[in-house]
Design a binder for this molecule. Structure first.
Ligand SMILES: NC(=O)c1ccc[n+]([C@@H]2O[C@H](COP(=O)([O-])OP(=O)(O)OC[C@H]3O[C@@H](n4cnc5c(N)ncnc54)[C@H](O)[C@@H]3O)[C@@H](O)[C@H]2O)c1
Length: 308
């Protein structure tokens, strides 16, 4: 039997890249999201839409998730509300991020899905002030500083219970600051918006500074696909690593790639750590490494330029 991938949150930034990469290999894909929203797919596919089966539904409604999962062999579960949306509406945040994830695992149980990869986040850790290390060791204590982080801790732990009680295989990944075409919402999306503004020759200020671990959206998408495939006996969660550099360094690289120097950044720190050790991910999964930063920013700028 061939593989069939269900991608939840398929219209989001990482979801759109996952769909694109899966279709490039000719895989069968079911794209699940709340409603039609083609803007990220069109941006990263030169104006056209990928050929996949679209299922619109609500992750918080168990029947919608069961319907979407029918025939799926693997699920890449990305749908969630990000930090500002959870802060604005904690009840909906818990419903989507926690109950929605329970719905995914229940649907996987019902349909005998082989493996799930799911999005956790660096937000399961606290802020730099909570730790003595700049880059956290892989086994650092989780000390979430936001409700979003608390919800992600719950998804990591419920995956372990589904393994212990139902033998459902899953892999959780914790991205940090995803950037690239399609990253247009959420707390850490401003550096990507800055590349778009630079291409348009419009001044733009990123309100924060500090060091973040910048991870290119296609690299992160490839990691989620790999996490749905590599054989695990359990429900491990791994940190991901890209380029741990200052926001100012990212701005300078944007200036170098676009020739526009009107992008600036502040000095305030975001409530996240600078990065976390991804050694176990590379050791266990032998996942692909990151695209060089300058190359990723140049590629992003050229996709934004082509879309104007
Ligand atoms: N982008 C980052 O920097 C980052 C960092 C760490 C973790 N993550 C996690 O990775 C995943 C994907 O991130 P992203 O940047 O692609 O997010 P995104 O906000 O771009 O996309 C999320 C998608 O989920 C969908 N969604 C929301 N509620 C839904 C519901 N009730 N039913 C069905 N679909 C629903 C949205 O419509 C959207 O298309 C998320 O779980 C996020 O928490 C992202």
């Amino acid at each position: 039997m061939g593989e069939r991938y269900l991608v939840t949150g398929a219209n989001g930034c990482i979801g759109a890249w996952v769909v694109k990469l899966l279709r490039q290999e000719g895989a069968e894909v079911v794209a699940f999201d709340l409603r039609e929203d083609d803007h990220r797919h069109r941006l990263i596919n030169g104006g056209s839409m990928p050929e996949v089966e679209w299922v619109y539904g609500d992750l918080t409604v168990p029947d919608d998730v069961v319907r979407a999962s029918e025939g799926a062999t693997r699920i890449i579960h990305l749908a969630a509300l990000q930090v500002p949306f959870c802060r604005a509406n904690p009840i909906q945040g818990a419903a989507v991020n926690v109950t929605g994830t329970v719905n995914v695992f229940e649907a996987a149980r019902q349909h005998g899905v082989v493996q799930i990869s799911q999005a956790s986040s660096i937000a399961v850790f606290g802020t730099t002030a909570d730790y003595s290390e700049r880059i956290l060791p892989a086994d650092a204590q989780r000390l979430p500083a936001t409700l979003y982080g608390v919800y992600k801790v719950a998804t990591e732990d419920l995956a372990k219970v589904y393994w212990n009680e139902n033998k459902i295989r899953s892999v959780g990944l914790r991205p940090h600051t995803v950037f690239g075409p399609g990253r247009d919402q959420g707390m850490t999306s401003l550096p990507s918006v800055g590349i778009d503004k630079a291409v348009r020759r419009e001044k733009f200020h990123i309100q924060y500074g500090g060091t973040l671990d910048f991870q290119y959206a296609p690299d992160v998408a490839a990691a989620f696909i790999h996490a749905a495939r590599f054989e695990v006996d359990g429900a491990p969660t791994y940190n991901l690593a890209g380029h741990s550099v200052s926001v100012q360094h990212f701005v300078d690289a944007t200036t170098a790639a676009t020739g526009f120097d009107g992008i600036t950044c502040g000095t305030d720190l975001l409530p996240v750590v600078e990065g976390a050790d991804a050694g176990p991910w590379h050791r266990d999964a032998r996942g692909p490494g990151p695209t060089p930063l300058a190359e990723a920013i140049a590629e992003t700028a050229s996709i934004f330029a082509a879309a104007i």
